[in-house]
Design a protein around this ligand. Structure first.
Ligand code: NDP
Length: 333
């Protein structure tokens, strides 16, 4: 069975040579164990942080050890009374075609229902990125009807959901993304009122002012860097800024120098707060319930970019930094 391990810690932009493929024999199951086969693998921008050895909120991957991410897998053999062959589970698992889940690790996985939603949805809209969108926007953004919400990385997994939730909650929603095709998608699929293509706009500050004539009350930030610097010039009094991601700087080798945020925060009594979804675990059931209900009511839709084949997991991850995905990037095994 194939395994992908971290071979080198990338300096700057990661490359395929940072990953290495190995083969591993599947050992016999012990009592309480499961043998699972990966079906869908999530690739996420935050994995870039774990490839480095700098201190962060999740420990770094170890060199020579498998990379892990959100995976939906099928139980192919079970010596555990709570799981049967054919069940589907999800959890943060190794990048392996097949693997054994020991009885100690079983508390870290959960069953998922293939009849309730397509299996891939448990890695996106019904998984980490859906929860991030909902909890970041509601817990830090505290939206009020009629306000203006600006979202960066708007056509990605998190951003495409944030915008839709913003519309459900009665906000005016503006998105920033990297291509005209994505801007069209924001408006036609995700209900965005306005979109800005940061790759073709020369003056971001002016473009944001134009797209947000009443200023920005909530900024949901997925990208950081120069885009977010430009947003500061349009924030309103008591604006809330959810610092969810900073993909534009994840590959920088030195701390980028940007606009000094303090004067903007003071002048506008504005709030800027870092968000990490795992700090809100007590709210997952309620958030998951709400997302599921909106999906069932067709108030929410989602998009996935599905790449085929275990061997293409590293490339799919690298493609996130090139904006090759629309909605959630997922690898189908
Ligand atoms: P996305 O689906 O949004 O994929 C990444 C997108 O980022 C790309 O499609 C690309 O879109 C955009 N991008 C890539 N490079 C740049 C750049 N240099 N400048 C601007 N945009 C860029 O990923 P996710 O939805 O999974 O994650 C979005 C953000 O949220 C990430 O920063 C991630 O780390 C963060 N995150 C944080 C969580 C938390 O708990 N804090 C949880 C989940 C995600 P485009 O074509 O528009 O450039």
């Amino acid at each position: 069975s194939k395994v992908i391990v971290l071979d080198k810690r990338p300096v700057g932009t990661p490359t395929l040579s940072d990953f290495k493929f190995k083969n591993e024999d599947i050992v016999d199951l012990k009592d309480g164990d499961l043998q699972i086969k990966s079906e869908y693998v999530s690739v996420d921008p935050y994995l870039r942080g774990r490839m480095s050895d700098a201190k962060s909120y999740v420990p770094p991957f170890e060199l020579g050890k498998p990379i892990t991410s959100g995976i939906v897998a099928k139980v192919v053999a079970s010596k555990n009374k709570d799981f049967q062959e054919g069940d589907y589970i999800s959890g943060i698992l190794d990048w392996k075609e097949e693997q054994i889940i020991s009885s100690e690790k079983i508390k870290e996985i959960r069953k998922v229902d293939a009849n309730q939603a397509p299996l891939s949805a448990y890695l996106g809209i019904l998984g980490m990125t859906g929860l991030t969108a909902y909890l970041g926007l509601t817990e830090i953004g505290k939206p009020k009807e009629g306000e203006t919400l600006l979202v960066s990385g708007a056509a990605g997994a998190v951003g495409s959901v944030v915008g839709q939730i913003g519309k459900i909650l009665g906000l005016r929603v503006v998105g920033i993304a990297g291509s005209d095709e994505k801007i069209n998608l924001l408006k036609s699929e995700f209900g965005y009122d306005e979109g800005i293509n940061y790759n073709t706009i020369k003056d971001m500050k002016a473009a944001i002012k134009e797209a947000c004539p009443n200023g920005v009350d909530i900024y949901f930030d997925n990208v950081g860097g120069e885009i977010s610097d430009a947003v500061l010039f349009s924030i309103n009094k008591f604006a809330r800024m959810i610092i969810c991601g900073a993909i534009s700087v994840y590959n920088e080798t030195s701390v980028p120098k940007g606009v000094s945020v303090q004067p903007f925060l003071i002048k506008n009594s504005a709030l800027m707060q870092g968000f990490i979804v795992s700090n809100y675990q007590d709210k997952f059931p309620e958030a998951g319930q709400q997302l599921g209900q909106w999906l069932a009511e067709n108030k929410l839709t989602y998009k996935e970019t599905i790449v085929d084949g275990f061997d293409n997991i590293p490339q799919a991850f690298l493609d996130l930094f090139e904006g090759k995905n629309k909605g959630k990037m997922i690898v189908k095994i």
